[in-house]
Design a binder for this molecule. Structure first.
Ligand code: PLP
Length: 485
C-alpha cells in the first residue's frame, strides 16, 4: 500500500501558526477520528454483500484509497465525511473480474469501449485451441526451425486483397506509425487538409506524422483539395502522398478530394509513393446487402497504392490488429524495421485473424457465420420481434415502476466505420417511474453481466441492432433485479 497522504504533513512546522490553522487542525483531528478503520469496514455486515464479490486484497486497496482521499480533504480543511454509499459504489466498480462480457444495447456495433465486434465462432474455437496448448506460432513445420508468424495470414490476405505481400502489427495506429517511420522519416509527406483526422484516443494524423519523424505538408482546404495542390507541393524531399479515409465524419456540400487513381498517377510520374490509410478495411461490398458503401481494400490495391493499412477489428471484426498490405519490396522493408518487433502481435491475435480471414474466402459462409454480419444484417422484423419479446418478459411485473415502448430508431455501425451512415433498428424505450433514468442506466451497467443502453430524453433505450436473441432473458433478469433493488 502506497502511503499517500495518510497522516498530517509537517509543512511549516516551527513557523508561527495562526489561530485559524490551530482551529483547522483541531477539526481535522476530529474529522480523522470519525473515519472508520479498514478492519471495521471489512467486517461490517452492510458491506458483506458487495465484499463477497471482491478479492480481499483489492477490497482493502479500494477502502484505503477512499479513506486516504477523505483524509487528504480533511487535511486541506474541506468538509469530508465517510459515506457508505460512496464506498459501496467504489467497491461495486472493483467487482471481480473487471473485464467481463457485456451486453451492448447501444446499437453501435463497432463500439471501441465495448471491445468492438464479437468474434466469429471459428475464431473463438481457434482461440481456445492455441491458448490451451502449445502452438505453431513461429516455427517452420518442414524444417523445424524458426519460421515467420506472418505465414498464418499473409497468403490469405494476398488472396483476399490482390496484394503482393502482407503483415500485421498491434493496431492500425501502429501500422500508420510504422509505415511513416520506415518510408518517410526525415522526409516530407503530403496530405489533404480534408483528411487530417482525429480518430479518438489521441490518434491524430499531425501527431502521428511528428512522432514518426516526418514533415507533414498539408495541401488544399478543409472542403476542397485538387490534384494541382499535391503537384505544387512536391519537392525533392517528398517521400510519399498519404491518403486517409475520413471514416468518422463526412464533409458534404461544395467538396472535392482527389481520387486514389489520380494520386497514384501523379506519384508514378514524380517517383514518390502512395500510402492509403483505409481505417475500417472493408473486404466485401456492403452495399450488396443494402448497407452503406465503404471503400474496399481490393480497390486500393487495384488502384496501385504502394502500401495500404486498416484495422483488424473494424469491418473484419477479428481481434485488435493493424493489417498492412501492398507491394512486396515495401512490406519486406517494414518487416525488417526495428519498430516492427515492438509492435508485433501474439499468438491469440494470429489465431483469431487466420480463422476470421478464412471466412472471407467464401462470402456465403461469411454472412451466415460471422457474428458481425449477423448483427449488420438483422432485419427490422427480427428486431421488432425480439424487442417485443423483452417487453413481454418484464411488463406485467414492472408496470407500476416503468413504461415500455417498442419503436423504430436509427443506429450507427461505429468504430470509425460508416460513422456518418445510420441503420434502421428497433428499440425498447423504458421510462422509469421509481428512479431517475441515469440511475437506471447506472444500475444496469453495474449488473452482471453489465448492460449498456442509451439515455435519450428521459428514456433508457435498448437498441436491438446489437442485442442478440440469447441475451434477451439476461436483460429481462437484469431489469427485474434492478427495479426491485
Ligand atoms: C480507426 C482508424 C485508425 C485507428 O485504427 P486502430 O486499429 O483503432 O488503431 C486509423 N486510421 C483510420 C482512418 C481509422 O478509421
Amino acid at each position: 500500500m502506497k502511503g499517500k497522504g495518510s497522516g498530517i504533513r509537517g509543512q511549516g512546522s516551527g513557523e508561527v501558526r495562526s489561530q485559524k490553522l490551530e482551529a483547522r487542525s483541531q477539526s481535522a483531528d476530529s474529522g480523522f477520528r470519525a473515519l472508520p478503520s479498514v478492519d471495521k469496514l471489512l467486517e461490517s455486515e452492510e458491506l458483506k454483500p458487495v465484499l463477497e464479490h471482491l478479492h480481499r486484497r483489492m477490497a482493502v486497496r479500494a477502502i484505503r484509497v477512499y479513506l486516504d482521499e477523505l483524509r487528504q480533504k480533511i487535511q486541506a480543511g474541506e468538509s469530508a465525511a465517510f459515506a457508505q454509499d460512496e464506498l459501496v459504489r467504489r467497491l461495486e466498480r472493483e467487482r471481480k473480474p473487471t473485464l467481463t462480457r457485456a451486453i451492448n444495447g447501444l446499437g453501435v456495433i463497432l463500439h471501441t469501449g465495448l471491445g468492438r465486434a464479437p468474434l466469429a465462432k471459428a475464431a473463438q474455437e481457434a482461440l481456445a485451441d492455441v491458448s490451451e496448448h502449445f502452438s505453431s506460432l513461429e516455427i517452420d513445420l518442414e524444417t523445424g526451425r524458426r519460421g515467420s508468424r506472418y505465414r498464418h495470414i499473409e497468403p490469405l490476405l494476398c488472396e483476399l486483397t490482390g496484394a503482393e505481400a502482407a503483415m500485421v502489427v498491434n493496431n492500425n495506429c501502429a501500422a500508420t506509425m510504422l509505415i511513416l517511420s520506415s518510408m518517410a522519416r526525415g522526409k516530407e509527406v503530403i496530405v489533404s487538409r480534408g483528411q487530417l483526422i482525429e480518430i479518438g484516443g489521441a490518434f491524430r494524423i499531425p501527431d502521428v506524422m511528428q512522432q514518426s519523424g516526418c514533415k507533414m505538408v498539408e495541401v488544399g482546404t478543409t472542403n476542397r483539395t485538387h490534384l494541382r495542390d499535391y503537384k505544387n507541393a512536391l519537392t525533392p524531399e517528398t517521400a510519399l502522398l498519404l491518403r486517409v479515409h475520413t471514416s468518422n465524419y463526412k464533409i458534404t456540400g461544395f467538396t472535392k478530394e482527389v481520387s486514389l487513381d489520380e494520386l497514384v498517377a501523379l506519384a508514378r510520374e514524380s517517383k514518390v509513393l502512395v500510402v492509403d490509410d483505409l481505417g475500417s478495411g472493408a473486404l466485401v461490398d456492403l452495399s450488396k446487402y443494402g448497407l452503406p458503401k465503404e471503400p474496399l481494400v481490393q480497390d486500393s490495391v487495384k488502384a496501385g497504392a504502394d502500401v495500404i493499412c486498416f484495422s483488424g477489428d473494424k469491418l473484419i471484426a477479428a481481434s485488435q490488429a493493424g493489417i498492412i498490405v501492398g507491394k512486396k519490396k515495401h512490406i519486406d522493408l517494414l518487416k525488417k524495421h526495428p519498430l516492427t518487433r515492438a509492435l508485433r502481435c501474439g499468438k491469440l491475435t494470429y489465431a483469431v485473424l487466420e480463422r476470421t480471414l478464412e471466412l472471407f474466402l467464401d462470402e456465403e459462409r461469411l454472412v451466415k457465420e460471422h457474428a458481425l454480419f449477423q448483427l449488420l444484417l438483422k432485419t427490422p422484423v427480427q428486431m421488432q420481434r425480439e424487442a417485443r419479446n423483452l417487453v413481454r418478459r418484464v411488463q406485467a411485473d414492472l408496470q407500476d415502476r416503468a413504461g415500455f415502448t417498442v419503436k423504430p430508431a436509427l443506429s450507427e455501425i461505429g468504430g470509425g466505420s460508416l460513422a456518418t451512415e445510420s441503420l434502421e433498428s428497433r428499440v425498447v424505450a423504458i421510462r422509469p417511474k421509481t428512479m431517475h433514468v441515469d440511475e437506471l442506466a447506472r444500475r444496469m451497467r453495474l449488473h452482471r453481466p453489465p448492460v449498456f443502453g442509451r439515455v435519450e430524453r428521459g428514456e433508457y433505450v435498448l437498441d436491438f441492432r446489437t442485442i442478440r436473441r440469447d441475451e434477451i432473458p439476461i436483460i429481462a433478469a437484469a431489469l427485474l433485479s434492478v427495479f426491485h433493488q
